[in-house]
Every structure is written in C-alpha cells, then in structure tokens.
Design a protein around this ligand. Structure first.
Ligand code: NAD
Length: 299
C-alpha cells in the first residue's frame, strides 16, 4: 500500500530534509506559507499543496519542521482536522517541552500517534543528508513506520526515551551549542586584540580539550570565511536559549553562565543580526570591540 507522507515547513532545515526524503522515498506532499520555500521543494519532486489541510488530508505521516511552539500548535491542529485515526504526527521542530506535551495530547485526543524527533547539527548537514535525530517515542510500531524517513534525511538516530525526551535532550544540547558559540566568538576577538593568527588559534584549539564544533566546524565554514547567511538565525538561536532558561526556571535551577550569554543573544537579535547565521556572533563581538571581524584565509 502506498503511504501518504506530508511535510510542513520547508525552510533552512525542512527544505533540504524534505528534498532528501523525496529522493529516497518518492513524492511526498509539501506545504509552506512562503512560496519560494515551497517552490524549491516542488522543484525537487514534492507534490505542491495549497494548505496544511490539503497536505495532511488522509496522510499516514505528517512531518512538521516549523520555527517555534505557536506554529507547531497551529499546524498540528489543522492537520488533525483532516487526518485519520492511527496516523502519525512527527514533530522535528525545536519547541518548548510543554508545547511538545500539549501537541502530543492534541494528537492523542484524535487517536493520532505523536513522536518528537528534533534535529541536531547544521543546515549544511541537513543538505548532505547527515542530520542527527533525537527521538522521543515509546510506540515501537510508530517508530518503525517513521524510520525510513530518518534514514533518508540523516545518518544518526538516537532513541532518547519515551515521548517528550527528544525535545528535552535537544534543549540541553542546544544550550551547549549556543553558549559555546558565544565563548568562541569572544575567544576569537580576544585573539585578534592580542594580534594572534586565527589559523594558529584554531589549530591550538583543535589539539587541546578546548576543541569544539563551533570553532572547528561552524565558525570555520561560515563566519570565519565571511559568510553570515543563515544557516541557523540568531533569532531562532535566541528562541532555543530562551527554552533552556525557561526549562531551568521551571525546575528551580539557575544557569548563571547561560543567563549572561542569553542576554548577548537578546541584544544581538534586536538589530540586523537577528536574521544572520548564529556564527555571526563573531562579527557582533568584533563590532562591540570596534575591530574588523577575524577571518581565515579561504583555501
Ligand atoms: P526557517 O525559519 O528557515 O524555516 C521554517 C519554515 O516554516 C519557513 O519556511 C516558514 O515559512 C515555515 N512556516 C512557518 N509557519 C508556517 C505555517 N503556519 N505553515 C507552513 N509553514 C510555515 O527555520 P529552520 O532553520 O528551518 O528551523 C526549523 C526548526 O528547526 C526550528 O524549530 C529550529 O529551531 C530547528 N532547527 C534548526 C536548525 C538550523 O541549523 N537551522 C538545526 C536544528 C534545528
């Protein structure tokens, strides 16, 4: 039996993920509110839909890759209105844990199964089909049904525990990614002020326990080469750090280092940096220090 898969949210991540899914699994039904994003995936073989309802009508699996909790709730509600019982909603967005639990409850009330499977790594990994998925799921049959999608879009599937654990692990991981990104920006600006060579600073970082993916992969392939196109916007990064701060607050936990860095993202997103890649924290830190942003020589 041919299965109907719908994919809603075709931005920096959802676009390449859906295109990779189509390449491996054949046409899937796609929708995005931004025509240019929809058109890109239709050009890759997606079946153009004019609404969430058209995409999700009688779908076996509805995948959502949307900015934040409100969009996920809006789209899941629209999908549930037309899905049949027994279908699956697979939310891959990064949203609040409470938002995930509420989306799961909305699905349950309609007899639709729900998995949270937020995505790790960068947009470049999504384009290369090398994403990592953090899966929260206690329904083995549902997991087996969505597994071919994971295999088409990524190379690492990590089962995190029951429903809701995927999103919680994702928030913990992004807390690390986003705070390390700011420390990387500050370290590079300090190095520039001390007159050091960026390549040397990067090599020393790689050879010691200071090493991290922001210096070696993200900054090295984006802002350190002068590329600040998103990727992952500072606006969405601020949203994720806010999710971590709120989660900590809800369990009476202070994250003092994180709080300081959260304020940096808050300031950066109040101007034009909001729409830039989060590795452009480097340029923001350089701007505050009134120096030119450090750069690697392109090879
Ligand atoms: P994005 O803003 O590039 O894409 C989101 C897409 O959703 C856009 O195309 C937008 O038009 C669409 N959309 C918004 N509301 C909609 C609606 N009601 N119906 C249909 N489409 C709608 O964001 P992104 O970078 O692709 O991130 C998506 C999610 O993945 C976010 O939760 C983000 O935090 C998370 N994430 C991003 C990255 C990354 O590197 N960009 C990595 C991992 C996880």
């Amino acid at each position: 039996m041919t299965r109907k898969i719908a994919f809603i949210g075709l931005g920096a991540m959802g676009g390449p993920m859906a295109s990779n899914a189509i390449r491996s699994l054949g046409p899937i039904h796609v929708f995005d509110v931004v025509e240019a994003n929809l058109a890109r995936v239709v050009a890759a073989g997606g079946v153009r839909c004019a609404s969430v309802a058209q995409a999700a009508q009688n779908a076996d699996i509805v995948v959502t890759m949307l900015p934040a909790t409100p969009q996920v709730h809006e789209v899941v509600a629209a999908a549930l209105a037309v899905m049949k019982p027994g279908g699956i909603v697979l939310d891959m967005s990064t949203i609040s844990p409470a938002g995930t639990d509420a989306a799961a409850a909305m699905c349950e009330a309609r007899g639709v199964r729900f998995l949270d499977a937020p995505v790790g790594r960068l947009a470049s990994h999504a384009a290369a089909g090398k994403s990592l998925f953090m899966v929260g799921c206690d329904d083995e049959a549902a997991f087996d049904e969505v597994k071919p999608l994971f295999e088409a879009m990524g190379d690492t599937i990590i089962r995190c525990g029951g429903r809701g654990t995927g999103i919680r692990v994702k928030i913990v991981n992004n807390f690390q990614v986003l705070t390390i990104a700011q420390i990387t920006a500050e370290a590079l600006v300090l190095a520039a002020k001390l007159g050091l060579d960026v390549e040397t600073v990067k090599a020393i970082n790689a050879g010691t326990t200071a090493t991290n993916g922001q210096m070696q992969v993200n900054f090295a392939t984006k802002s350190l080469l002068g590329d600040t196109e998103p990727g992952f916007t500072i606006d969405l990064a601020h949203k994720d750090l806010t999710l971590a701060m709120e989660a900590a607050n809800a369990c009476r936990l202070g994250l003092p280092g994180g709080a300081a860095i959260h304020a940096v993202y808050g300031a950066a997103r109040s101007g034009p940096y909001a729409r830039k890649d989060f590795s452009s924290l480097l340029d923001y830190a350089a701007e505050l220090a009134a120096i030119s942003p450090p750069r690697l020589q392109a090879k």
